[in-house]
Design a protein around this ligand. Structure first.
Ligand code: KMH
Ligand code: ZN
Length: 408
């Protein structure tokens, strides 16, 4: 959650020679932003308890327009941790200039701070529109279609390996398994029978939500990709992915032609599985809204923002914020950062109240140069980030509720 205010510094704000404005004035702006965040989050003003850091980075003078932005980055029982930044967007023009002031194309950061506000539990109103985020759903993408055993020897391939890995991920905090399967040679497969075996192996070990891929691997036909949707009701997954747009995918092209997307959406709807809409590029949100208009998917929608695929939208906070800003009301969303972006993007998503996907499908490393020994250690890292932010980890039951899944 973010809040921004923009204010002109007047001559009354300037206390020093050279029209200089004192730092306390900037802290007052941060205080106003913090107040807005407390009201929006907890329904009450709150009190500033402490600043952890304050940095003044550039002088501010009368005539400057200052934009102060705050963002909630942690939720305690009665506290909100916030990050602030103040930027100069307009500055008085130099003497002799034709105009009195200049618009600074690139805003200049003048101050940063991190601090904590407390909203006493008695005055907290939990029913505010933008309350604190609910439990975080961690999805483990444990197999994928591209990762190989040569790249990471901990990749599960057989049904038993997949079942064991799903259990380890559930124990580490995952509530959803994003599932691909492989043939006996370890090549990607979308065969119903292989999904049946893997799904039974997972359900024998844990009650996680199973989300089958209908994306499969690059080059597969739509019929082939929809293999998991052919299973009998008892073996059907709880969810299925719906890829809505064509993208460059590294050196390949992941083709999702409009009529094929409609066909996959129809087949998912016919099974009663809940669709997770995979968004790799900004226009994919618009395609999803078109599918709503055609009654092919039913709100509230659930989105996965897959960011950092080479050839599609990059893994940046700016791109994530743009996508969040375009979500239809009532949607749930998660982020899957590709490669080295996996954990940093998970952190951004957690702070913003979203859900996260980690695992060997998207990233094979735990740290730079250190292979992850399966997806469970990545789930454990994501779970630690969730806790550090003061959020709860969703259990499978909580995730089922949040994602409006039909009961099994
Ligand atoms: N393997 C990618 C080409 C999905 O699971 O729905 C597609 C993919 C998406 O993995
Ligand atoms: Zn996948």
């Amino acid at each position: 959650m973010k809040a921004t205010i923009r204010v002109r510094m007047g001559t009354n704000d300037a206390h020093y020679a050279g029209n200089l404005v004192d730092g306390a004035r900037i802290l007052a702006l941060f205080g106003d932003v913090a107040t807005e965040l407390c009201i929006r989050s907890d329904g009450d003003e709150g009190l500033f308890r402490a600043y952890e850091t304050v940095e003044f980075l550039r002088p501010v003078v009368a005539g400057d327009f200052i934009e102060a932005e705050g963002e909630v980055v942690g939720w305690g029982r009665t506290s909100l941790r916030m990050k602030f930044v103040a930027r100069k967007v307009i500055a008085p023009a130099a003497e002799g200039s034709a105009s009195a002031a200049d618009w600074l194309g690139e805003p200049q950061v003048v101050a940063r701070a991190v601090g904590t506000c407390v909203v006493p539990s008695l005055s907290r109103r939990p029913t505010t529109a933008e309350g604190r985020p609910g439990p975080c759903i961690v999805t483990a993408a444990i197999v994928g279609a591209e990762t190989t055993r040569e790249q990471n020897p901990f990749l599960p391939i057989t049904p038993d390996e997949i079942g064991d890995e799903a259990r380890r991920c559930a124990e580490a905090g995952a509530s959803v398994i994003h599932l691909h399967v492989r043939d006996d040679k370890g090549r990607p497969s979308q065969e119903a029978a292989r999904f049946r075996e893997a799904i039974r192996a997972i359900r024998a070990r844990t009650d996680v939500i199973i989300q089958a891929s209908t994306g499969g691997a690059v080059g597969m036909s739509v019929d082939e990709r929809c293999g998991p949707l052919q299973l009998d009701r008892a073996d059907l997954p709880d969810m299925a992915t719906l890829n809505v747009g064509t993208i460059n995918f590294g050196d390949d092209v992941f083709v999702n032609r409009a009529p094929d997307v409609v066909e996959v959406a129809r087949r998912i709807r016919a099974t009663g599985c809940t669709a997770e809409i995979e968004v790799y590029d900004a226009g994919h949100l618009d395609i999803a809204m078109d599918l709503v208009r055609q009654s092919l998917v039913e709100p509230p929608l659930h989105f996965q923002f897959v960011l950092g695929v080479r050839g599609a939208l990059g893994a940046s906070a700016r791109n994530l914020d743009f996508l969040i800003g375009g979500l239809p009301r009532g949607s749930t969303w998660g982020v899957a950062g590709i490669g080295r972006h996996q954990l940093p993007l998970a952190d951004l998503a957690i702070v913003r109240g979203g859900n996260v996907r980690v695992g060997l499908e998207d990233n094979i490393y735990l740290d730079k140069g250190v292979l992850a020994e399966g997806s469970a250690p990545l789930v454990a890292r994501a779970a630690a980030l969730v806790r550090a932010c003061g959020r709860e980890l969703a259990t499978p039951t909580q995730a089922r509720q949040a994602l409006n899944l039909r009961s099994r």
